[in-house]
Design a protein around this ligand. Sequence first.
Ligand code: BES
Ligand code: MN
Ligand code: ZN
Length: 494
Amino acid sequence: MKFSTTTSAAARARAGVALVPVLGGRLCGSAAQAIDEANGGRLSRLLASGDLGKKAAATLSTHLDGSIARVVLASFGKDKEANEKSYIDTVRAAYKAAGSFSADDALSLLHDVPVAGRDLAWKVRVQALAGRDIAYRFEQMKSEPDPKPPRPKRVALALERADAAAAGREIDRASAIANGMDLAKDLGNLPANVCTPTYLADTARKLAREFGLKCEVLDEKQMQALKMGALLAVARGSAQPPKLIVLRYQGAGAKQAPIVLVGKGITFDTGGISLKPAPEMDEMKFDMCGAASVLGTMRAVAEAKAKVNLVVVVPTTENMPGGRATRPGDIVTTMSGKTVEILNTDAEGRLILCDALEYAKRFSPAAVVDVANLTGACVIALGHHHSGLFSPNDELAGELQAAGREVADTCWRMPLDDAYQEQLKSPFADVANIGGRPAGSVTAACFLSRFTKDYTWAHLDIAGTAWRSGTNKGASGRPVPLLTRFVLARSGAA
Ligand code: BES
Ligand code: MN
Ligand code: ZN
């Protein structure tokens, strides 16, 4: 799906389908009215029938006879303005309805609806991101593609001349984000027998070639030389070799401190010797969605040519049981020198992250954000709406929260105070890798905090947001929008 802007009068435009906003039961905006007049009042008569109703996210579709062949009327609710949620929900419903037609070209007026506290740029961005999200298909593993490809193929946003240039730039940035999301979704959806640590490393090398990035992939020997005892302990049970992927983008002066993003890359999490139960274990192929999201963000930032320096670090391995696998009770020495008692081999994410976070020090970062499907407890705490945000730094936390709201990819701040650190005490080592059931996502973040004292740091737990379960199972591409917006904002471009 490709987005563009048009400034020609809506009523005279040619389109296979027009997306027309309705607010409080009436057509919203002068362009919608012009289309109605050009069609002899057909749209207002349709609204008068009451078939659309006044609820947000309701749609009503019909054929017309003029240069606009079809129309989707989309209700944004009964109030004077839409709110963020009703806007997003209705935009998604309208694009889905448009996709049920065979029309290739759409004309959208959906940004003519006022949204409380939000400007045109936000509406354009959210629309482009939602459209691309709905158009995404994962068909790499099918022998034949779906005979019905996603539609519409092209969407023109009808705009006033004065707004078109800025909206065009917003579309460019949103499409860079959407391309990054598509990459993250593809990597997440691929099965673990295809998407191995080696596959992730090859993907990073390909990105480096396409966007002129520096790529370095450390192997097991190099990890040994760096004394990454925690990462290596997780990899022991697997036949797949682990990797530490480092991708670097330089969009600003070499002296400018980079933002470092660290993504958990467990390509399959069986739990190891602390084996997980069988139901839904297939979903643990998504345990590399942190890695996928930082690679996707790198793609988006590089495509947007942001004036910023960005480093992406991905520790990646499987977590498998095996004759050489780490046992509960084993004690390992991390790259930082701290020792960890591994009481549960299923708490492996924090083990690979702690060595990657130690490694991140060498970039003298302006900020480090790690991204991980870290805890089931985070899903219990926040469900599937917000990612969990943990940071000792109010300013960085505020930036990430604001970035998320700008792109409808939100996070919610969770506590991280010292009171919780006590749960990680070990009688035998410096720290235990689990802190019991209470506040499981907080103690996981507390574990990471011990390795991040030398820089400004935040942690995003995306266990509830990176993929959907059930019949509509699949990777969501989150939090690529949040991270990209955060990086672009730091570069001064957003
Ligand atoms: N990858 C999982 C977290 C996870 C589980 C995310 C289910 C989404 C759904 C992580 O490695 C894990 O297994 N965490 C354990 C930690 C526990 C052993 C302290 C968990 O959450 O149960
Ligand atoms: Mn696990
Ligand atoms: Zn895991």
